[in-house]
Ligand binder design. Sequence first.
Ligand SMILES: Cc1ncc(COP(=O)(O)O)c(C=O)c1O
Length: 394
Amino acid sequence: MNIDSYIVKESKDKVTTKPHVLPIYASSSFVFDNIEDSIDVFKGDKDAHKYSRYGNPTIDAVADKIAHMAVYGSDLEAFGLMTSSGMSAISIALTSFLKTGDQVLSQGNLYGGTTELLNKIISRSGVETIFTNLQDLNQVEDILKSNPKIKICYFETPANPTMACVDIEAITQLCRQYGVLSIADNTFCTPYLQQPLLLGTDIVIHSTTKYLNGHGNSIAGMIICKNPEHQKSLWTTLKLVGSTCNAWDAWLTNQGLKTLSLRMDRHSSNALALAKFLEQHGRVKQVNYNGLTSHPDHLIACKQMKDFGGMMSFEIDGSVQDGIDFMNKLEFCTLAPTLGDVDTLILHPASSSHLNVAKEIRERNGITDGLVRISVGIESIEDIINDIGAALDK
Ligand SMILES: Cc1ncc(COP(=O)(O)O)c(C=O)c1O
């Protein structure tokens, strides 16, 4: 017997109590008791872990938990798969159901990575994406009626930078009527604030990197569906593409999940207070926050969101340089190109994420010179308002 197998056998005999915290299974594969056991597992007669690319107790525990949250409060059953990133969740969800010649219907104001994925990668397989305003339901119906090749309607709500909302119930009803699969990116809300599966959506994806983790220390994604046939297709694609999550990132996500409701309540109350402060500030031209009654989609948000979350944007009345000057004056808030963390994170798209995008193109998508995106954190609201207020006043 070599030393490694001695250690395993020793520790196996000594484990007598259940751990309080989910253990991290840092193991690429799992052991069969004997060859008959292996035959049962490979034939599918016995449900067991084989190889971590196919699933692992840590990853599966977290995937199950998030899937339960997605349908919490209903009788529905949901299936969850954890992926290596939000982008990997989106690519697996799309490629599991598309073939050459199919079309996708989506919106122009998606997360930039998703737009690029559709235009640069998915398009290579001969799949065209029609981008339209998904808020215009008559137009959506006309497009669905005249394009029978549309197989997926992919949407994100609320969406950057204006927090525009898609009416989930109305759009998924149209999708059902025309036999189109609906997929929603629920990253900004998390299942705590919005449950698209309960409103008729077939598949939901998340970048768990954001609010579900909440602490900015892991990159991972989730795909959740209700139909076991969809789950089979998704799992086959995921295991063969190999973009499964790893146990460590799943574990970090699980740590974040434990405080999700507390964090989302605080993100929401802080964001509403900041939005109200900004709305009355003389240098601010416009505030985009779903919780303000002045937001054009406030009523849609009230219909489908439990609260309005931590994402908002506002427009400084001025030039790109005014935006840069504001950012440089911040002392408490963090300048970072992510969102959903406990810390307040601020981005000035015109001088960062959209620096290389032509002004006319970015403005068409609502990204003006002075637009600032804020992922409002859970710190003391006085600290956040004092910092932003001082940077605007200096
Ligand atoms: C709404 C949304 N969806 C998906 C993603 C992609 O997630 P990830 O960075 O985990 O791949 C992001 C990333 O910012 C996002 O904001």
